[in-house]
Design a protein around this ligand. Structure first.
Ligand code: SF4
Length: 265
C-alpha cells in the first residue's frame, strides 16, 4: 500500500473513515428503540410503511416464503469473496475496476447513518456505480420510492465517508422471481452486471432477458439524498409516532398484518 504521504487528501479521508467506522457510535444521538444507526434499508422501508419499520423493531422477525426466496437469490447472485480491510483499501486504490460490498457508516446531523450496498463498483479509485439487486413477483419496470431512497442513501454514505461521488451512478437491478435462473446465469450474474454497467450495455441485457429484468440507473444527487431522508428522521429521534400506510394493498402481503393495530386487511 502507498505510504500515507503519497496519497491524496481525499483518499486519506475515506481510508480514515473506513478504519474508524466502529468508533463513531459514541456521542451519536439516541435513536428509537435503542437503534445504533438509521440504516439505508429502514429509510427505504419507511416509504412503504413506517409502521412496518416499527413492527420490525418491536416484534420478532416473521419469515415468509417470499422473503426467504429473495434472500437466497441474493446470496446466489451476488457472491463476494471475503477480504481484509487493508486488502479492500489496496484494491480500491490500485485496481482499474474493483467490485466490493462492505458496511458504510457516517455521522450526519448528530446521528449515525449506516448500510451495506449489494455492490459498489470502483473505477480508478472512485465509486462509479452502486448496484442494488431487488427481486419481485410484480412488474420489474417500476422503480419504487423505497428503492430510490435506499440507494440514494448509500450514495450519501459514500460521499459522507469522503469518497469522490462526482461521477457516481446508482443502479437498481430488479429481477422477476417467477422463473428461477439457471446455475450458469447465477454464476455469471455479478460479472455480467458490472460489465453491462461499465460498457453502457444495460439495454442489451434487459432485452436479452425478455421482461425478466429491469435496470434503473440514475446519477447520484446529494440534494435529493438529503431531501429524501429529512421527513423520516423525526420518527427515529422520537419526535413523532410512526405513520402507518393508508393503502390496503400494502397491508395484504405484509407479514405483520395479523398483529398490526393499523392493518387495513
Ligand atoms: S399491516 Fe399495514 S399498516 Fe401494519 S405494518 Fe403492515 S403494511 Fe403497515
Amino acid at each position: 500500500m502507498e505510504p500515507n504521504g503519497d496519497r491524496s487528501p481525499r483518499a486519506n479521508r475515506w481510508i480514515d473513515s473506513l478504519k474508524s467506522r466502529e468508533n463513531i457510535v459514541d456521542n451519536s444521538l439516541e435513536l428509537r428503540h435503542g437503534a445504533i444507526a438509521i440504516t439505508a434499508s429502514s429509510l427505504g422501508q419507511q416509504q412503504y410503511c413506517e409502521q412496518k419499520v416499527e413492527m420490525s423493531l418491536t416484534h420478532e422477525e416473521i419469515q415468509t416464503e417470499s422473503k426467504l426466496a429473495g434472500e437466497r437469490l441474493h446470496e446466489e447472485l451476488l457472491p463476494m469473496e471475503k477480504t481484509t480491510l487493508d486488502a479492500l483499501i489496496e484494491d480500491i486504490l490500485t485496481k482499474k475496476t474493483y467490485t466490493a460490498s462492505f458496511p458504510l457508516a457516517a455521522k450526519y446531523n448528530g446521528y449515525l447513518l449506516a448500510g451495506i450496498p449489494d455492490a459498489v463498483i470502483f473505477r480508478l479509485g472512485k465509486p462509479a456505480f452502486i448496484l442494488e439487486l431487488k427481486t419481485t413477483r410484480r412488474n420489474p419496470t417500476v422503480l419504487w420510492p423505497s428503492q430510490r431512497v435506499q440507494v440514494t442513501t448509500y450514495g450519501m454514505l459514500l460521499e459522507l465517508m469522503g469518497f469522490d461521488c462526482s461521477d457516481l451512478e446508482l443502479s437498481v437491478f430488479t429481477l422477476k422471481r417467477t422463473k428461477e435462473p439457471t446455475e450458469d446465469q447465477k454464476k455469471q450474474f455479478l460479472g455480467k452486471a458490472v460489465w453491462v454497467l461499465i460498457g453502457e450495455k444495460t439495454k442489451e441485457l434487459v432485452s436479452s432477458l425478455k421482461g425478466a429484468l429491469a435496470i434503473h440507473t440514475f446519477h447520484y444527487n446529494p440534494k435529493e439524498a438529503r431531501d429524501n431522508i429529512e421527513p423520516s428522521v423525526g420518527y427515529w429521534l422520537k419526535q413523532r409516532e410512526p405513520v402507518p400506510t393508508r393503502n390496503p394493498r400494502k397491508c395484504k402481503p405484509c407479514e405483520f398484518n395479523d398483529i398490526c393495530p393499523f392493518s387495513l386487511v
